[in-house]
Design a protein around this ligand. Structure first.
Ligand SMILES: *Cc1c(COP(=O)(O)O)cnc(C)c1O
Length: 376
């Protein structure tokens, strides 16, 4: 928790649940990542598209990875240049491609012939990059299987790009979000280098490698420092592309820029036991799976939760949200313990909650308002 957030929480008591994000931390995170790999940073807008964050990043010189026309428009609204926006979703309707192109966006991802043909038709002359399937092994929030194509298909599709009237620009991959292992980038870089070389043999010279996002943040367990990721990735690039042959680089961090900049504040609604001698209590918060903590699905992301009673004796708990849906359980299997003194009405803090929360909150399932947000 930053001093600024601490001060905000002391001086203001907004109704819970809410998210409060310290923009200074967004800036620090951006700067740290920017000094790392010598890659152009395309912030993954989906992680948190709040105008205050996008505005802060535009000022820092960030570029943007957008997934839809609305995300593109949000970037433009805060002053991003269309040439600094990548349409990074492999799933887009022709109408979205056309609208993006008309707004001046000229960089598009694809992973299939169908999408490539649509780009050729609705964004003639655009630069395109092909997304490779990547192993998402060990990622805590994997993205695999759904996105990307294998290296042979990437080669074949890239060979057809010029004849379709587009510019063969590069390749991309994503090793899975909250990827704790710095060496997981290696396999995808190896694959990409192969396709670069095969295409070069056929006279198609790609310029750019987009290494996606995935850089982890600290939730409950420790993570490797960012420098370890930089070292591992640089070593892989040297090994597979060779000195002097490394292409221009893009990365698309989302979580690593915003997660640790924010906390969510929630009120304990009820604490109960299912039977007298039950080994654990059930703690019900006023925010859950549908209020912004969607990444607790399958208990994938394990948020650190602090309470006003920390330091006192603790006991095992299951933690759930406030709705009448049975899946609205945050943690039932992960071993969570909370203070025995915790009681209904206490405010608890969900740490590192700045990414993948605000826009994951439902409109008003069960009548609960979407998550309130404060950017300070
Ligand atoms: C979600 C996403 C990102 C951001 O991933 P993080 O793990 O949050 O850094 C980057 N690129 C693409 C294509 C994505 O879908």
């Amino acid at each position: 928790m930053t001093p600024k957030i601490n001060q905000f929480l002391k001086s203001q008591q907004p109704a819970t649940p809410f998210l409060v994000v310290d923009l200074d931390v967004v800036q620090e995170n951006y700067r740290q990542i920017d000094t790392g790999l010598g890659a152009d940073i395309y912030y993954a807008v989906k992680a948190n598209p709040a105008p205050a964050i996008l505005e802060c990043l535009v000022k820092l010189g960030s570029k943007f990875d957008a997934a839809s026309i609305n995300e593109i428009q949000m970037c433009l609204d805060v002053g991003a240049k269309p040439s600094d926006i990548s349409f990074g979703n492999t799933l887009k309707k022709p109408s979205a491609i056309e609208a993006a192109y008309n707004l001046g966006v000229d960089l598009f991802v694809f992973d299939s012939e169908g999408d490539l043909d649509n780009i050729a038709k609705y964004a003639p002359g655009a630069k395109v990059y092909c997304r490779l399937l990547a192993e998402n092994g060990s990622a805590e929030w994997p993205l695999s299987r759904k996105f990307g194509c294998d290296v042979e298909m990437a080669f074949d599709l890239m060979m057809s790009v010029k004849t379709k009237g587009l510019i063969p620009f590069g390749l991309s991959f994503h090793v899975g979000s909250q990827q704790p292992d710095p060496h997981q980038w290696n396999w995808a870089i190896e694959d990409a280098a192969k396709v670069f070389a095969q295409l070069k043999n056929q006279g198609v010279e790609l310029e750019m490698l987009n290494m996606g996002g995935g850089f982890p943040v600290q939730y409950r367990g420790p993570i490797d420092p960012f420098e370890h990721f930089v070292e591992a990735i640089e070593a892989s690039l040297l090994k597979h592309f060779g000195e002097g042959n490394i292409p221009a680089l893009m990365i698309e961090p989302g979580r690593a820029i915003v997660a640790e900049a924010g906390v969510m504040v929630s009120e304990v609604v009820l604490i109960s036991q299912k039977r007298k001698d039950a080994p654990r209590r059930w703690v019900y918060l006023d925010v859950g799976m549908f209020g912004g903590l969607a990444e607790t699905m399958d208990e994938a992301i394990k948020y650190n939760i602090t309470t006003p009673h920390d330091g006192g004796p603790v006991g095992a708990v299951a933690i759930a949200g406030p709705t009448c849906d049975g899946v609205d359980i945050l943690y039932e299997n992960a071993p969570y313990e909370l203070p025995l003194a915790l009681k209904a009405g206490d405010r608890v803090i969900v740490e590192a909650a700045g990414a993948y929360t605000s826009t994951y909150a439902s409109q008003s399932f069960n009548g609960f308002e979407p998550l309130a947000e404060y950017y300070i």
